[in-house]
Design a protein. Structure first.
Length: 75
């Protein structure tokens, strides 16, 4: 499941990034402290050096509204 995410983020195995890559976990299963969120964060940190977990800047609903607005303007 989360292996696909790390494959998309990394450029080579055990990538070391000079600049921090902020990542926010959004959604009930991974936004809150759970076994899944801990495993996911550990996996991402092990595979991609430089990732920093941050708090989400907006709710998923707000992000979806922005995406819908953007899509409507492209038509």
């Amino acid at each position: 499941m989360y292996g696909t995410l790390s494959l998309k983020l990394q450029t080579s195995p055990r990538t070391s990034i000079k600049n921090r890559i902020p990542i926010a976990f959004i959604g009930g299963l991974i936004a809150n402290p759970t076994i899944l969120s801990d495993l996911l964060e550990r996996h991402i940190r092990d595979e991609i050096r430089g990732v920093q977990r941050i708090e989400a800047m907006a709710t998923p609903a707000f992000g979806a509204a922005l995406m819908a607005l953007s899509a409507s303007r492209q038509r």
